[in-house]
Design a protein around this ligand. Structure first.
Ligand code: PAF
Length: 283
């Protein structure tokens, strides 16, 4: 696996593959990799000849007082995991490489509506930072296919929409959430949980499953389903940001014709903020 930290070196390596007609798959990450990320690489490997992963903790998507400084950075472990997962190239840029103009970079990508609801309502500017860095990474790597985890369902929806709206020629693929045996969705931020917090954390998945079961039996009282979910999270000792039943495409409250739904939850537990979701189909 090659490791490069400049855009020029990355483009030189990609040029060799492209000239041979090889398809490029891309997995952008913020590092501290776990089995969830490795599943993204497998999905990419399935659809491309060469796999590029990036590890970049993007300052633009962290708000004031959020965990940018303390976000776990483990580049050596990440490199060996990626090597083991048959990654061909790791792009490991510095903040200066990505944002050479610093605050003088004034261009932002905003996917309106989708970015302001759910996590966007609690983390203003977050998705603008995500969409901007992903657009930039797409411009740098110019992949044929890019893979994102469905655990971050709102992020995945925003990136897919941005790619369509800006006619970026990248196929955006979602990969299923990878869970621990007790149902907790894998996340780099799970390392913020103490042992006792870790033992209650699967309550998020349990609450989502209970909601999906109600929808599966034909229950359409989404306000009651949401109230039950919020109550379940609070009873487990969490501070929920939201528990919401939404249209899986618009992320808005489901209108009568909406069949394809998603139940999403975000809750704070100690220092961690857990997010998760499950799809549901209205009968
Ligand atoms: O999901 C992440 O790790 C990040 O939000 C992403 C997509 C790599 C952009 O920084």
């Amino acid at each position: 696996m090659q490791i490069v930290s400049t855009i020029a070196d990355l483009r030189a390596a990609l040029q060799v593959w492209r000239s041979r007609g090889e398809r490029i798959g891309f997995v952008p990450t913020m590092g501290n990799l776990h089995a969830g990320h490795i599943s993204l690489l497998s999905a990419a490997r399935f659809r491309a000849d060469r796999i590029v992963a990036s590890v970049f903790v993007n300052p633009l998507q962290f708000g004031p007082g959020e965990d940018f400084d303390s976000y776990p950075r483990t580049p050596d472990e990440d490199a060996s995991l990626l090597q083991g997962a048959q990654c061909d190239l790791l792009f490991l840029p510095t903040v200066l490489q990505m944002y050479p103009q610093g605050n003088a970079q004034v261009t932002r990508v905003l996917v309106r509506g989708l970015s302001e609801t759910l996590c966007g309502a609690v983390r203003p500017g977050h998705f603008e930072g995500v969409a901007t860095v992903v657009a930039k990474l797409f411009g740098i790597v110019q992949p044929d296919v890019a893979v994102f985890g469905e655990k971050d369902f709102q992020q995945f929806t925003i990136i897919r929409r941005m790619t369509q709206d800006l006619s970026i020629p990248v196929e955006v693929i979602g990969a299923a959430t990878v869970r621990a045996a007790d149902g907790l969705a894998l996340s780099s931020r799970n390392r913020y949980l103490s042992a006792s917090e870790r033992s209650v954390a699967p309550a998020v998945y349990a609450a989502l499953r209970a909601a999906v079961q109600r929808i599966d039996t034909g229950d359409e009282d989404y306000a009651a389903i949401e109230a039950q979910g919020l109550q379940a999270l609070a009873s487990a000792g969490m501070r929920p940001d939201y528990f919401a039943v939404r249209d899986a495409h618009s992320l808005e409250a489901p209108v009568d014709s909406a069949r394809d739904l998603v139940v999403l939850a975000a809750a704070r537990l100690g220092r961690a903020r857990l997010i998760d979701n499950l799809r549901a189909t209205r009968r």
